[in-house]
Design a protein around this ligand. Structure first.
Ligand code: PLP
Length: 367
């Protein structure tokens, strides 16, 4: 039997030749402060010792300040992923329902299902390409326990206006529901609103340093929540001895410069998306569902080309060393219609994609 093509295996075995545009990673963050912090921690052989179990206090203070939520507790985990797993384990029971969407970041849905709960997936692959307060309200049943609000939304790049965040938070408050606000991409948005501002008692804010600070490989993220809710989640902490010490020192160095460096990174992601938009406009059968993206990624709809996005993903990788993802892992219902590309990358990477995409589409269109 033919083995399925291993995109990750291929990309990692050609690491330095790849334009990494497949996992919303950030290749624009200044490398010097992060490398210096890791070098210093290495010099002191901090890896020989366990870290402080609760994490570096200075980093936690910087995070609370960054979020403007001084009365909440912050927990650090091995990426936001671990926090998502912990909180679904801690707070959901078999039979519970979670209001969510399709497309979405499906790993969260998997964790929800593992706890015995179910997602109620609102189909949002049409204007405005995000949940609305009306649809959230209409999805609520006596079994509803939680609302999942990913803002900005991976994979489409949709952002929520303040009025909708407020209205969804009020629904959570009025129905005594938990609100999971995953804000992994918030630094890329024009004007982000935290749901915790409107429903502080029931909101869990999941954060990550993977995408904003370009630390995906180090695995650092976590959750912010009011003390009582936080303690219920933290009972399920698997990292009792603390998370990777090098990740924490790198995270501290990154957070110290974020305010200064991020405007330039955001401007670059915006100019990159403009370039991609111009290119897409010239490829028949394709369009951008969401533009401008409020994240560092968006979907490109390719349904009009008749091309299977899994084949396009492979052609771009093997033929052009461009790594992006087929929508199939991001949407059970609409995944065969789009690919997802991220663009917090160098101009050279983006230019390579801009040349490769029309060529790959034309090649596959003709077979
Ligand atoms: C919406 C969302 N949440 C959470 C994560 C997990 O991030 P990490 O575990 O790298 O912090 C991702 C990663 O792609 C994501 O897109």
């Amino acid at each position: 039997m033919e083995q399925p093509f291993d995109v990750f295996g291929y990309a990692h075995s050609h690491f330095s030749e790849i334009a990494w545009m497949g996992q919303n990673t950030n290749h624009l963050y200044p490398k010097a402060p992060i490398r210096a912090a890791i070098r210093e921690a290495m010099k002191e052989a901090r890896y020989e010792e366990y870290p402080m179990p609760a994490g570096l206090e200075e980093l936690k203070s910087l995070l609370l300040e960054d979020f403007g939520l001084p009365n909440q507790k912050v927990g650090m985990t091995s990426g936001g992923t671990e926090a998502l797993y912990m909180l679904t384990r801690a707070l959901l029971n078999p039979g519970d329902e979670v209001v969510a969407s399709d497309p979405s970041y499906m790993i969260i849905h998997k964790f929800i299902e593992l706890s015995g709960a179910h997602t109620v997936n609102n189909e949002i692959y049409s204007e405005p390409y995000r949940l609305t307060p009306e649809r959230v309200q209409a999805s609520i049943t006596p079994k509803t326990r939680m609302i999942l609000l990913i803002d900005p939304l991976n994979p489409l790049g949709s952002g929520y206006p303040e009025s909708d965040v407020k209205a969804i938070a009020e629904i959570a408050h009025d129905h005594k529901l938990l609100l999971l606000n995953d804000v992994t991409y918030r630094d890329f948005s024009d004007a982000h609103t935290l749901a915790a501002r409107f429903a502080p008692e029931q909101t869990m804010t999941v954060w990550s340093l993977s995408k904003n600070c370009g630390l995906a490989g180090l695995r650092i993220g976590g959750v912010l929540a009011p003390p009582e809710l936080f303690d219920r989640i933290w009972k399920y902490n698997t990292n009792d001895l603390g998370i990777n010490v090098l990740a924490q020192w790198a995270g501290l160095a990154a957070m110290k410069v974020k305010k200064d460096v991020f405007p330039r990174i955001k401007a670059r992601t915006r100019s990159n998306q403009r370039k991609i938009k111009r290119m897409v406009a010239g490829v028949s059968g394709t369009f951008l569902p969401v533009y401008p993206s409020q994240g560092n990624m968006f979907g490109i709809d390719i349904a009009g080309t008749g091309i299977d996005p899994v084949r396009l993903q492979r052609e771009l990788l093997e033929g052009h060393n461009v790594f992006l993802r087929s929508g199939t892992y991001l949407s059970p219902k609409f995944g065969s219609r789009f690919i997802r590309v991220s663009f917090s990358n160098s101009p050279a990477d983006v230019d390579r994609f801009i040349t490769a995409f029309p060529a790959a589409v034309e090649k596959l269109r003709s077979v």
